[in-house]
Write a protein that binds this ligand. Structure first.
Ligand SMILES: [Zn+2]
Length: 339
């Protein structure tokens, strides 16, 4: 099994985010990638660098305005007198069907849902390289590999069709799923990150060719707050093809695995040709976000059940923040997946 990763993904180094209104060091640090790569190699995976796949696969799920914005906003921001060193929005529209502003500040408000996704001079290159890791992973599956691990950093599942949010800029899992559709007809995305995959839900909400499933800490008291509830089931042709399973804060292995089985049986009934796992490791009991309480051994059990579906499977890294257990959690998952 290959781990796909490029050092370019480490250049993006966001400095701050607001937590309960206070400016704190941003936890989505490059060191995450070092620890995850080390763990993947220790598990026996073989490193592969992603090829430059250009913009086409990214443009298949994100809007042209948004991609223009991501590529150019930092340069434009630097011309603003007295502006912050990173692009951070200070206005948030209450709906997304208003006029599209010409101003850099207005566009930052339009395209950035929160303050957890600051943009600096390296963000675009790193986000694009991260997306290319996912594209490369999809290409391996299209080339008849059973599985691959795209070490995507920055992560992607909070990024919607035209917005960044929660440390995410380009939706790597969605981009990979869209690539896989070319051959597999129907694809399921199983998101096990502790946070609801609201960006992925946004992208596929009206579609039935990608079944989006997310298990996460109940958003009524946890980020992203406004999405991830059980009654969000898709709309139009997509009605019934979005499944949210919110879990009480602090849920441990036993209850989690029961709900996972429910999710997996729904995926089996959908009969997809391939599976994308949005692999957040922040549901761990020692993760700084403290949403759920999965153990290190628990990740191995989760992985074994996913592997039992016997689908071509692409693992796409999402969250999981610095703790002494981060590397061990990935190793446990990879070992469980391949056992
Ligand atoms: Zn997360």
């Amino acid at each position: 099994m290959k781990v796909i990763y490029s050092e370019v993904q480490k250049q993006h180094y966001p400095q701050h985010f607001l937590s309960s209104g206070a400016a704190r060091p941003n936890p989505e640090v490059p060191e995450r990638a070092d620890r995850l790569l080390q763990a993947a190699l220790a598990s026996g995976l073989e490193l592969m660098e992603p090829e430059d796949a250009g913009l086409e696969p990214v443009a298949a799920v994100h809007s042209p305005e948004y991609l223009q914005f991501l590529q150019n906003i930092y340069r434009r921001w630097c011309y603003i007198d007295g502006a912050s060193s990173e692009v951070v929005p200070n206005i948030h529209p209450d709906r997304r069907d208003g006029a599209y502003p010409a101003s850099a500040v207005g566009q930052a408000g339009f395209h950035m849902l929160d303050t957890g996704c600051p943009i600096n001079g390296d963000t675009w290159n790193s986000a694009l390289a991260s997306a290319h890791a996912a594209v490369q992973g999809a290409a391996l599956l299209l080339d008849d590999e059973d599985s691959a691990y795209a070490l995507c950093r920055p992560p992607g599942h909070h990024a919607g069709r035209d917005f960044a949010a929660g440390f995410c800029y380009l939706n790597n899992s969605a981009i990979a799923a869209q690539e896989l559709l070319a051959e597999f007809g129907r694809v399921a995305i199983l998101d096990i990150d502790v946070h609801h995959g609201n960006g992925t839900q946004d992208i596929f909400y009206n579609r039935n060719d990608v079944f989006t499933v997310s298990l996460h800490a109940d958003p009524s008291r946890f980020y992203p707050f406004f999405w991830g509830h059980a009654n969000e089931r898709g709309s139009g042709q997509g009605l019934g093809y979005n499944l949210n399973i919110p879990l009480p804060r602090g849920t441990g292995d036993k209850d989690y695995l029961e709900e996972l089985d429910r999710a997996l049986s729904r995926i089996e009934a959908y009969a997809p040709g391939a599976l994308v796992v949005a692999l957040g490791l922040d549901a761990h009991e020692a993760d700084p976000f403290q949403g759920l309480a999965i153990t290190t051994a628990g990740f191995g059990k989760i992985a074994a059940r996913i592997a039992a579906l016997e689908l071509p499977t692409l693992l796409v890294q999402e969250g999981g923040y610095l703790s002494d257990d981060l590397g061990a959690n990935l190793e446990s998952f990879l070992d469980g997946f391949r056992s």
